[in-house]
Design a protein around this ligand. Sequence first.
Ligand SMILES: Cc1ncc(COP(=O)(O)O)c(C=O)c1O
Length: 410
Amino acid sequence: MVKSDEKLAIDGGKAVRGKPFPPRRLFGDEEKAAAVEVFDEAITTGQAFGYAGPREQAYEKEFAERLGGGFAKGVNSGTSALLAAIAALELEPGSEIVCPPITDPGGVMPIVMMNCIPVPADTNGFSFNVGAEQVAAAVTDRTRAIVVAPIFGEPVDMDPILELAREKGLAVVEDAAQAHGAVYHGRPVGTHGDIAAFSTMFGKHYASGGQGGIFFTQNEDLFWKARRFMDRGKPFRTDEPNNVRLGLNLNSDELSAAIGRVQLKKLPWIIERRQAVAAAVADGIKSLQTVALGKIIPDAQASYWHTRMTLDTDKLTVDKDAFAEAVKAEGIPVGVSYRHIPAEHIWFRSRNTYGSSGYPWTAPYEPPNLPNCEAVLARNFLISIHENWTDKEIADTVAALTKVEKAFLK
Ligand SMILES: Cc1ncc(COP(=O)(O)O)c(C=O)c1O
């Protein structure tokens, strides 16, 4: 038991956790064997491995099957997957796309790359995700699409957003970079909108290498549009004799696919473990008065890329930052702030895009009004859980949160 007079580590007391937390050990012998097999084959046959070959096709089929069927294509990053998603919509330059307020730059830059204007919607008021009401408030007669991002693998409340999109004739893209394995209303995140983009870089739930991503849709027409964009406008599924549209080379390759296939088999276990760890932390702190695991929308399961911890700061003598810093000082892997607001970044504010044109923006920067976003950032911090946490890591986290709450309770 923690004594209420126990000195916090941040004030020079003994930390709850002296030893570092265990590493994820995401890659092991199976990934190594799969990669070696690709090289062995190349050496035996004398043919270099390439891209879009049998391994990649098998990987994409397995990925799509996990989502209940559809069309998947491995690419070289999550940013590329989102870029291909926006490109597939073939929007006119200057079209507005409603986007998340809190996301990775790779979740917004593709919009501008495709000459569209990102319009951040506010959060739902309790999480880092947008809410339907806030998305509706950001829609104008120039809006053509909505990008949502289930931050930390917490599902976005999609049904009202999809209804709004249907009413207004807007496309919906799920930027599921952080949301492998999350479920909304009984179906995987990534299967609710028109297109989904996933990241498979090494820090995500599963990885196809150091960098990677995967594009997914159930719409075959959108798939081939994206596919052409991903490979320099090649005339896939057309009768045209040469390259049909502007594009890039966003291709993945056989080596990444070999790793991705092994990792995909581990994904259900990874998700299950993360959900179990998050539930155990939540259970361990259920008697605390000011700190809890962040609330998830009803009829949804988060896949916990990180766990969002919510504070009732009214009952504390310190603000969120001081509380989170104190938990971190106890040796817990805490992210004090998840202030990833693309609209605050220099490139966005200064319109540093194409030469000095500021294109596609035509109006000077005005800071978006995101009151919910600010309120949520002031009450939430994150703990980086992962699948290899044991009961010891869970117990230490609970002990640290308990100790810090006792010290700062009003
Ligand atoms: C929400 C979101 N979108 C897009 C990206 C970009 O993915 P990548 O880093 O694979 O390019 C990330 C990466 O963290 C992300 O979290």
